[in-house]
Design a protein around this ligand. Structure first.
Ligand code: UDX
Length: 451
């Protein structure tokens, strides 16, 4: 078992550190944020992630997991140092490497022996070679540093599961011994290992995310055509996915992909290609389709009502996908801002993402789905939480002023909708039901005139 430091306790770093401790290694997680570190020392996770807190507490108690803000304490005498800091998107779409540079500098100052630095941060092709050069120049006689690229493929909401049951482990290294040692760290997982050079490992990460994003934009394009030609996207995706060369996953049509990876990594890959004078037309289209998809529900609602000015709109779901409180690059942010711009009154509800959303969205927040739907003229479903999927459809008709639903995640079967009193617009499927808007307009006018 090895002594491991993990620099950066964001999503990737914390999950990696906790899971490596659970595999039996001794792990010190290092972060610059004092408050966060003291919180984590007590076994509290700063992010919502199933299973994570339980594993944190267990491994802290069993003495394999510690947290510190002090590089001078955490870095010396380690066998392996994981680098897991953020690489946010810059204005031009390229990855911002400020945190990586700072972390590499901190690590270099405290290395006192031979060590392997494993980079989990998503970085442009060639970055790990530059990091290697930096260590060669700055660590000197004290020790030899071997940089290994080991990209992560964790999904938020199932990151712990993915760490233990991933499809593959990618190890990019120049030094065979370093690659073997990193492989050894994960041996107990018994997962397939792909060993390659550093540049290819860096590329595997970007290409994988870009390909998955392409699958999503492709199915979303097909869904738009389905709506026009009268086909049903659910059956089309199912029929396509049965071909094992295509596969059933990532063919769920909706209002586009969000989150901390796909939007950032697709933009970064376009930049990486551009830097070597390759215009990545296909990926640019994928991004364009996704941007269009995120505003689709607002466009449909606007077309249906003529104008959204003064309409009460309920937004169900704010997280970029279920089982997470993350709203980064979520369609909800674009949708809320568009609705406000159109002059609508927006009330939103999400089972867990409201605290995060309240920092960036200027809308009203409800305490429940029913409260959000109360007296609404339209409901927009943004995230496919089970809570919404399992909702009795009568809740919409009972609570809303106009029972009009725009479902961005195809939460309900058309059969179930047919038995309800809703007008239902979904993605890539026919519109069901048609409410008489004049009747509702009359009621609204009557109510506003007679109190
Ligand atoms: C993704 C990758 O899956 C993971 O391997 C990588 O390391 C980080 O990025 P994550 O962002 O957590 O993980 O979420 P994921 O489950 O992949 O979903 C991303 C987005 O795509 C979500 O907004 C989701 O709603 C959307 N999506 C996904 C679809 O619209 N349709 C699908 O069929 C699948």
């Amino acid at each position: 078992m090895k002594n491991i430091a993990v620099v950066g306790t964001g999503y990737v770093g914390l999950v990696t550190g906790v899971c490596l401790a659970d595999l039996g290694h001794h792990v010190i997680c290092i972060d610059v944020d004092e408050e966060k570190v003291s919180h984590m020392r007590k076994g509290y996770s700063p992010i919502y992630e199933p299973q994570l807190e339980g594993l944190m507490k267990k491994n802290i108690e069993e003495g394999r997991l510690t947290f510190t803000t002090n590089h001078a304490w955490g870095i010396p005498n380690m066998d392996v140092i994981f680098l897991a800091v953020g690489t946010p998107q810059q204005q031009d779409g390229s990855a911002d490497l400020t945190y990586v540079q700072r972390a590499v500098n901190d690590i270099a100052q405290h290395i006192n022996r031979d060590v392997i630095v494993v980079n989990k941060s998503t970085v442009p092709v060639g970055t790990n070679e530059s990091i290697q050069q930096y260590f060669n120049q700055h660590v000197g006689e004290l020790g030899r540093v071997d940089v290994v690229s080991n990209p992560e493929f964790l999904r938020e909401g199932s990151a712990v599961y993915d760490m233990f049951h991933g499809d593959r482990i990618i190890i990019g290294a120049e030094n065979e011994g370093a690659a073997l040692l990193v492989e050894e760290l994960y041996r107990r997982l018994k997962l397939p290992v792909v060993k390659t050079d550093i540049r290819s490992a860096e590329m595997i990460k970007y290409a994988s995310n870009a390909f998955l994003a392409t699958k999503i934009s492709f199915i979303n394009e097909i869904s738009s055509i389905c709506e026009k030609v009268g086909a049903n996207i659910e059956d089309v995706a199912y029929g396509m996915g049965k071909d094992r060369r295509i596969g059933t996953q990532f063919l769920q049509a909706g209002i586009g992909y969000g989150g901390s990876c796909f939007p950032k990594d697709t933009n970064a890959l376009v930049q990486i290609a551009g830097n070597v004078e390759h215009k990545f037309d296909l990926l640019e289209s994928v991004i364009h389709v996704n941007n269009r998809q995120q505003v689709l529900l607002v466009k449909k609602a606007k077309e249906r009502f003529g104008s959204l000015h003064g309409k009460r709109v309920a937004m169900l779901g704010l997280a970029f996908k279920p089982k997470t409180d993350d709203i980064r690059e979520s369609a909800s942010v674009v949708v809320a801002n568009e609705l406000i711009q159109e002059g609508a009154y927006v009330t939103a509800y999400d089972p867990i993402a409201m605290p995060n959303a309240s920092k960036v969205l200027n809308v009203e927040f409800a305490n429940s789905t029913a409260e959000a739907l109360q007296d609404a003229d339209a409901a927009l479903i943004i995230t496919e939480w089970d809570e919404f999927k399992q909702l009795p459809l009568s809740t919409f008709s009972e609570q809303m002023r106009v029972p009009m639903v725009f479902d961005g995640r195809n939460c309900y079967t058309l059969e179930a909708i047919q038995e309800s009193y809703l007008e239902y617009h979904s993605i890539g499927r026919p519109v069901i039901g048609e409410v008489d808007l004049h009747k509702f307009e009359y009621t609204q006018n009557y109510l506003s005139e007679h109190g």
